[in-house]
Write a protein that binds this ligand. Structure first.
Ligand code: BV8
Length: 245
């Protein structure tokens, strides 16, 4: 774990203890899951931003359910890639190698590839494909099948299940935990995100204000690249293991 151990920060080589990692669609791209904005970010000629909203769900629930049923099924045919696996090594080995060391993994992704790669603690700030949210009783249930046929909620029996996904205009999950992790960390690493969606896109600025070292690992420069101390470009399945190992 050489690369993760040290990073130039304000001219000095430092050894981070607490690391916060943010991942986006780019870490899952090489597992075959489409990103949002590469290739136009379209689905059946709909902009994702136009489908992933409460208004779209109210206007055309079947269209939105079909959109998520298709992606929920597709995700289950994909496999974690070496980038996911490298982060599992970091999560397991960092606390052993560095006294007080800790890794907090925050993802914008709604797939379960981090978990299937072996990550034990994942903060899904935008929700999860494999979870259904009952609008009648507010219960969340693990769900891997379609919702288009309005199945009954496992908790209350009412056919009121929606994708447990944070849509545009909705408040992301576990923001307090994320802010607390950033306030205690000394390194923020962003992997595979365009920096197009807030509040996630603002984490690097918060990290800079808090005095963290900041590193971006991405296929290309992002909207937030100017805020990072260092940006390394390349495919996640190559540059993430190279950084961790
Ligand atoms: C909020 C679930 C308030 C959906 C997602 C008007 C009205 C309402 C809100 C707003 C508004 N204007 C602005 C906003 C805020 C809005 C926002 O930011 N809009 C954008 C479009 C301007 N945000 C919200 O609404 C958020 N909520 O603001 O509530 C609030 C906030 C805090 C506290 C209190 C109140 C909610 C946003 C969540 C939306 N839901 N996902 C779904 O999945 O179906 S967002 C969606 O975009 C995904 O989660 C995705 O992860 C995320 C970000 O995209 P990326 O992951 O970065 O993916 P992208 O395709 O963009 O980029 C891929 C990157 O990977 C690229 O850089 C590429 O180069 C790189 N890459 C590609 N291949 C590889 C690679 N890198 C490495 N290796 C490779 N092989």
């Amino acid at each position: 774990m050489t690369a993760a151990r040290s990073l130039w920060h304000e001219g000095a080589m430092t050894t981070p203890h607490k690391i916060v990692i943010l991942t986006g669609a780019g870490i899952s791209a090489e597992s075959g899951i489409d990103t949002f904005r590469d290739g136009g970010g379209l689905w059946e000629q709909h902009r994702v931003e136009d489908v992933a909203t409460p208004e779209a769900f109210a206007r055309d629930p079947e269209l939105v359910q079909r959109f998520y049923d298709m992606r929920r099924a597709a995700v289950q045919t994909k496999l974690p890639n070496p980038a996911h696996v490298a982060l599992v090594r970091l999560e397991r080995e960092w606390p052993v190698r560095v006294p007080g060391g800790d890794v907090t993994l925050v993802t914008q992704n709604v797939d379960d590839l981090h978990e299937r790669g072996g990550s034990l603690r994942v903060i899904h700030m935008h929700g999860e494909h494999l979870s259904a949210w009952c609008t009648a009783c507010d219960a969340r249930s693990r769900w891997d099948g379609p919702l288009i046929h309005r199945p009954a909620c496992p908790a209350c029996g009412v056919p009121a299940l929606r994708p447990d996904i944070v849509w545009f205009g909705e408040i992301p999950y576990r923001m307090d935990e994320i802010h607390e992790a950033l306030s205690e960390a000394d390194l923020f690493v962003s992997i595979g995100t365009s920096g197009a969606v807030y509040p996630a896109a603002g984490f690097v600025r918060l990290a800079r204000e808090l005095g963290l070292a900041t590193l971006e690992l991405n296929l290309e420069r992002s909207q937030g690249s100017g805020w990072f101390h260092e940006t390394r470009l390349g495919a996640a399945s190559e540059i993430v293991p190279a950084w961790v190992d």
